[in-house]
Design a protein around this ligand. Structure first.
Ligand SMILES: NC(=O)c1ccc[n+]([C@@H]2O[C@H](COP(=O)([O-])OP(=O)(O)OC[C@H]3O[C@@H](n4cnc5c(N)ncnc54)[C@H](OP(=O)(O)O)[C@@H]3O)[C@@H](O)[C@H]2O)c1
Length: 171
């Protein structure tokens, strides 16, 4: 299967959202995220998808996981009901593939060992939240620090069971 990289941000306790919004605003972190996934393929859960702008989906080959059958009105947007349908998709060969969340989809991809590596930003401050990244599922993965400042650190985690992970240049 094509290499898939997770990319998300959480606080030290795994918080990723409060009331369907990011609890923090760090423009430099958002810029890193935007540049990393720009024009590539993104895989996301339905709850995360409904918050995305039309502009976002225009610029990414978008795969949305949902159990409810959907008719896509955008050429770039593909709905899948689960792993079986996902594996039938012909993901563009010239694009990288990123699983961008939310928590439910990240947990599913990690539990099914579908990710080769993970770019995870850990925000330094603690925030109130209602949605949590399953940190316990990657704590055993070796990691490399990509960037650090007073607000956050960005780590590249490598799935120890994956054969296709790249140790070069972070992503
Ligand atoms: N901090 C970050 O890096 C980050 C990243 C992304 C999102 N977020 C935040 O996370 C929140 C959403 O996360 P979430 O965990 O609540 O939801 P989510 O993972 O985005 O979406 C959950 C929905 O995706 C579908 N889904 C998930 N796994 C599936 C599977 N295996 N098969 C079929 N469908 C599946 C289901 O849709 P149906 O109900 O339609 O079946 C499910 O209700 C938002 O507030 C967003 O802002 C934060």
């Amino acid at each position: 299967m094509k290499k898939i990289t997770g990319i998300m941000a959480c606080d030290p306790d795994g918080v990723i959202a409060l009331n369907n919004k990011l609890p923090w605003h760090y423009p430099q972190e958002i810029e890193f995220y935007r540049q990393s996934i720009a024009n590539h393929c993104v895989i996301l859960g339905y709850k995360t998808f409904i918050e995305m702008t039309a502009e976002f989906t225009e610029h990414h080959y978008t795969v949305v996981f949902t159990s409810k059958p959907q008719q896509s009105r955008q050429q770039n947007v593909h709905y899948v009901s689960g792993l079986e349908e996902f594996k039938k998709l012909r993901l563009p060969a010239d694009k990288k593939c990123f699983m961008i969340g939310g928590a439910q989809l990240a947990k599913y991809f990690l539990q099914h060992n579908l990710l080769d590596d993970f770019i995870l930003t850990i925000i330094n401050n603690r925030y109130a939240g209602d949605t949590f990244f399953p940190l316990e599922l990657i704590t055993n993965w070796p990691r490399k620090l990509l960037q650090q400042n007073a607000d956050f650190a960005i780590y590249h985690y490598f799935n120890p069971t994956s054969e296709s992970h790249s140790q070069v240049d972070g992503i």
